[in-house]
Design a protein around this ligand. Structure first.
Ligand SMILES: NC(=O)c1ccc[n+]([C@@H]2O[C@H](COP(=O)([O-])OP(=O)(O)OC[C@H]3O[C@@H](n4cnc5c(N)ncnc54)[C@H](O)[C@@H]3O)[C@@H](O)[C@H]2O)c1
Length: 339
């Protein structure tokens, strides 16, 4: 195969971005089919990109033998049903957005369905691993630049400007830890090459009462003990007043690696009589934009070359397993053992 025909379900905030990337940017790929339950999305993407097939029924995508691979970018609570349906129908090449599922029963069901479909290749959308800085850090880490890793610290702050959207999105996102922190956890376990053993956390709805009403929180800090002894610390917030801020630090016996300590928008510095300043990144799409393209190109390359993707079933499973334990740790203010 030298050209991959893709069908995508979900054309919302992220699905539309994936559809655009596939249509305009990804090499050796064709946006052949689109699926959404929102008619305006189907018309808008359909009229602009003109895919061969349009449907509101996901099963039509699954059963369409003209497609080589499927991209699932629907709402998180649909992931388990859709992925299991694709696996049970014998689909061999699937990309799915994070999180894999929302509960342990869901990811167990997914694991069984994927493993029963022998030879199935699954990529999970932890896009940060495709960031150039993250990859450079991983390379240096593996080469022993900081000696033995001792602590990994992540900061992940969403802009306050997105609060209304977040409150609306919360009931279908799985909450702060599942929605946001699985990205940090996925990177952390990739960096330190180990799984979390236990987790403890503190968090609350400090700013948005609307989140409390749906049993969600807006700020938390989570402490993780990895099996290899590394200490992980994950701080996150939904009310960052100055924009979008992600930061990573891996500290070891012989040094330290930091990524993104100042969330600067670009390389411009402004100066006038009031002082010197730089503008801040506004939101996650702006910061991670190139990674969405890179991860989809990776998926298409894996389909063509028959390679295993960088982020697969086990990674997706571990991230959700961790998020369930961390959510419980925060809600019940106790140490939760994992596995
Ligand atoms: N990797 C990242 O950084 C990142 C960023 C944003 C979102 N996401 C993930 O992407 C997924 C989608 O998020 P979003 O913000 O684009 O959501 P959204 O609400 O904007 O869009 C959801 C889409 O799913 C479709 N959909 C829902 N149920 C369906 C069904 N039964 N049949 C067909 N289509 C259906 C809707 O029609 C819509 O197009 C989520 O799982 C989210 O966690 C990942």
């Amino acid at each position: 195969m030298d050209r991959v025909k893709l069908g995508i379900v979900g054309l919302g905030r992220l699905g539309r971005k994936h559809a655009e990337n596939i249509h305009y940017k990804i090499q050796n790929a064709e946006l052949a089919a689109i699926c959404s339950v929102v008619q305006e999305e189907l018309s808008s993407v359909g009229n602009e990109m003109n895919p061969k097939y349009r449907t509101a029924d996901f099963m039509e995508l699954v059963e369409n033998e003209d497609l080589d691979a499927i991209v699932i970018a629907s709402s998180s609570q649909e992931h388990c049903r859709m992925l299991c349906a694709a696996a049970e129908a014998g689909r061999k090449k699937v990309y799915i957005e994070k999180p894999l599922g929302m509960r342990i029963e869901e990811i167990d069901k997914i694991k069984n369905a994927v493993q029963a479909n022998r030879g199935m290749m699954l990529q999970v959308g932890y896009n940060r691993r495709f960031d150039r800085s993250v990859q450079a850090a991983k390379k240096k880490l593996d080469a022993g630049f900081i000696g033995t890793p001792i602590q990994v610290r992540m900061i992940n702050r969403d802009p306050a400007a997105m609060a209304d959207f977040i409150i609306k999105f919360s009931p279908t996102s799985g909450g702060l830890v599942m929605d946001m922190l699985t990205h940090d956890y996925d990177c952390a376990r990739w960096f330190v090459g180990s799984e979390a053993k236990s987790v403890y956390g503190l968090g609350d709805a400090f700013v948005y009462e609307g989140l409390r009403e749906v049993n969600d929180i807006d700020n938390c800090n989570i402490l993780v003990a990895f099996e290899n002894g590394v200490i992980g610390q994950f701080e996150t917030s939904r009310n960052c007043s100055y924009g979008y801020h992600v930061e990573t630090e891996i500290y070891g016996s012989d040094g330290c690696i930091r990524i993104g300590t100042v969330p600067e928008k670009d390389r411009v510095t402004y100066m006038n009589p009031t002082g010197v300043y730089k503008e801040c990144v506004e939101w996650f799409f702006e910061y991670w934009e190139p990674t969405f393209c890179a991860e989809m190109q990776h998926f298409v390359d894996c389909v063509i070359q028959g390679k295993e993707p960088l982020v697969g079933l086990e990674d997706g499973y571990r991230a959700v397993q961790w998020a369930c334990a961390a959510t419980e740790a925060v809600r019940e203010r106790k140490v939760v053992e994992i596995g």
